[in-house]
Structures are given as C-alpha cells and as structure tokens.
Design a protein around this ligand. Structure first.
Ligand code: ADP
Ligand code: MG
Length: 396
C-alpha cells in the first residue's frame, strides 16, 4: 500500500513550498521540444497555487556534469511553464545561495519561482548533506513530484527529506505509484506483459519480477534475439547480448515452471542495414540469414500478439517491437500500439521510447497510463524500493 503523506494532506497556505519536479525535457534551440513532463506536473503546481503557497520549483535537466552550462539552463522551461500556467514564472541564477534566498523572501502567496538546474552542483548527484540542507533551508514544506528521478538517491530527492519537517508526494508521483503498483499487487487477469526494446540487460529484472504475476509475456524488439539465439536460433547480425544468453535461458525456464506463456516473435522483418526504406524481407522462424538483421516483428507475430492483447484485462508495455524510429521498421510497433489501444483493458506504458512510440502511433490518449519515468518505472517494476519515495513522510 502507498502509505506516504500527499500534498493535499498538508497545510500550504502562505508557506514556502519547495516542489521537486521532473522538468528534464528535451530543449532544442532554446525551446521545449516535448512538454509532456511539464504538463504532467501541472495538477500539483496548480493545486499549490490555489492553496496560495509560495512555490519554489526545482529540477535537473540533462547531464551538465556538475557545473553551470547555458545549454542545460531551465530558463526555456520557465517560459514554457509560464505559458501553460498563464502566470509569470520567476527564475533564479542558481538553486541555492544568497540570491535565491532573497528571491524566495519576496515571493508572494500563489507566485512561482523556478530555480536553476540542480545538477549545476556536483553535490546534487552525490546526495551531499550540506547541499541537501541548503535546499531544505529554502522551504517550510517539501513536495516530491519528480517520479522520473525517484530511483535516484540525490540531494533533492532523498537527502533533503532529513532536514524538512514534512516531505509529501505530489499528485503525479502518487498517480504513477498507484498505476504501476497495481500491476504488482492486484492486476486483473489475463495480465499480458509486452516486452521489447534494445537490451535484455535493461528489462531482465522486470521480466523476472513479473514471472508469477503475468499470464503471458510477448517478446519483441532487439532483446528477443538474445532469447532466440539462446534456444538455438540463427539470428544473423541481429542485436545479441552474448553474455546474457544464460540468463535468457534461466528466465525462460523459470517462466515455464511458473506456467507463464512466453512468446518471442515468430517471424521477422529483416534488412541488411538500419536505413530508411532499406530493402526488407520477411523471415518465418528463427532462421535469419547471415548478414541480415531482424529489425521488426513480422506480420504473423503482429496478428498473434494482437489476438492475445485483445483478450487481456491488464497490459504492461515496455519496449518497442522494432527500430520504430526508422521506417518501415515502425510498423510492428504501431500494430501493437493499435491493438493495445483497442483492447479495452487497463493499459500501462512503461515510459521512455515506448511512450514516444505510442505518441507517434497516435494512440496516446487511449492508454490508461503512460509513465513519465523510464528508468524509475523499470526499477519499480523490478520490485525495488525507489529512494525518492522511501524517503517521504509516512502517513500516521
Ligand atoms: P524503452 O525506452 O521504452 O524502455 P528501449 O530503450 O529499451 O525502450 O528500446 C528502444 C530502442 O530499441 C529503440 O531505439 C529501438 O530502435 C531499439 N530496437 C527495437 N527493436 C530493435 C531491433 N530489432 N534491433 C535493434 N534495435 C531495436
Ligand atoms: Mg529507452
């Protein structure tokens, strides 16, 4: 059970409320290129405004390697947020220090200040005590709504909670945990997990943790070829992690023992190179010719997966079915996206590239939940405790 104090259980009026948000969004030429994460933070920010809190927002953006760097400034985000909120958003040159304190002092109830990138300080990722204390010193109430950073024990997500009287979760963080948590504790059956993407090593922890919880695994994407090779298939020059073949065999064995159906892609769209509109062939069975690589699931697999997806009450999708960035290798992913959209079951998208693929396929509004945190949702689904959540104040 989710047993953390939430923002709506704390008195905010007139208080200095520091909200850790996840504004780690792509910025291109000074403009926010995808504002999903900003929009997902709005319920918490709007609520705190209505409550007349004096709001201090903080986030990281990209990997500035512990020093100030204009390319990683949150200023474009402040402008974008201001448009979405239809209210001014003040900015600061830094996230701690005298100037920030002065800016916080002049904040009126309902006003918003966005601090500069937390990762301009190496102490953020080191979870350094002094830095965490300095952040805590800015506020009366701390709120964490940055699900995408909750798997990191950083100063703004973990350390800070030791120096504030209350550390509450925001609405986005609560929503994420409710949707993802239900997959692990009370999914409706049949529960189908669609796993794909590039690497076995990224997803194996989730696969393992879901054995015994899901009814069926559907396996596509690059990771499928390590599994197919591990059972003796020929995979040509498809993506394979040689050092994960034993793990793949063990996982399949464990799935069999738990009577979980484990269905890797049965036919494949292959090409000699990853290139838009490269000549392709469809190969039935794990017999991919030398020099060719599997870049998408084939038509038979799409149909077979769609039948299973249609019958599901709960669907978790984590990892695209092919190299969806390069046409025509998006087709399998789009077919699966359409099947998930039409299923009528609860559909949870793990975030990352799968979230992007669902948006590209034009079905994002048909999904029950699209996670804003790729890495965080993976770790959560692996059954790990997320430090940013563990550190929040427990309900009495
Ligand atoms: P997510 O971010 O949703 O967890 P991943 O990052 O694991 O997904 O995987 C996405 C990447 O996997 C994409 O860049 C895609 O091109 C790649 N990919 C998918 N299928 C294949 C394949 N058959 N061969 C090589 N790469 C693939
Ligand atoms: Mg990814």
């Amino acid at each position: 059970m989710f047993n953390k104090v939430c923002i709506d259980e704390v008195e905010l009026k007139g208080k200095r409320v520091l909200i850790r948000v996840d504004f780690n969004v792509p910025v291109k030429e000074g403009q926010v290129a995808d504002d999903t994460r900003i929009r997902e933070s709005l319920p918490t920010i709007r609520y705190a405004r209505e409550q007349r809190a004096r709001m201090i927002l903080c986030s990281h953006l990209g990997r500035p390697k512990g020093k100030p760097s204009p390319a990683f400034s949150l200023r474009p985000v402040a402008e974008h947020l201001s448009q979405l909120l239809e209210a001014p958003v003040r900015t600061a040159e830094d996230c701690i220090g005298e100037e920030v304190h002065a800016a916080v002092k002049t904040l009126q109830p309902g006003e918003v200040l966005l601090l500069e990138n937390l990762r301009f300080h190496p102490e953020e990722e080191k979870n350094a005590e002094e830095f965490a204390r300095a952040l805590a010193g800015l506020c009366d109430v701390y709120v964490n709504d940055a699900f995408g950073a909750a798997h990191r024990a950083h100063a703004s997500t973990a350390g800070i909670t030791r120096f504030v009287s209350v550390a509450a979760c925001g609405f986005l963080l609560r929503k994420e945990i409710e949707h993802l948590g239900k997959l692990l504790t009370a999914p409706e059956h049949p529960f189908v997990a669609i796993m794909g993407g590039a690497k076995v090593s990224d997803k194996i922890g989730v696969l393992k943790n879901l054995i015994g919880k899901v009814d069926t695994f559907l396996l596509g994407g690059g990771m499928a070829y390590t599994f197919l090779k591990a059972v003796g298939g020929s995979v040509g020059k498809s993506l394979v992690e040689e050092d994960k073949m034993e793990l793949a065999r063990e996982t399949m064995k464990a799935a069999r023992a738990a009577k979980v159906a484990f269905l890797p892609a049965a036919d494949h769209v292959v090409a000699e190179r990853i290139e838009p509109n490269a000549p392709t062939r469809v190969v039935d069975g794990p017999e991919i010719p030398e020099g060719w690589m599997a870049l998408d699931i084939g038509p038979k697999t799409r149909e077979a997966f769609a039948v299973i997806i249609r019958g599901a009450r709960t669907i978790l999708w984590n990892g695209p079915m092919g190299v969806f960035e390069t046409p025509p290798f998006h087709e399998g992913t789009w077919a699966v996206a359409a099947a998930v959209a039409a299923s009528g079951g609860t559909s949870i998208i793990g975030g990352g590239d799968t979230a992007a693929a669902v948006v590209q396929a034009g079905v994002s509004d048909k999904m029950s939940h699209i996670s804003t945190g790729g890495g965080a949702s993976l770790e959560f689904l692996e059954g790990k405790e997320l430090p940013g959540i563990a550190a929040l104040t427990d309900k009495q």
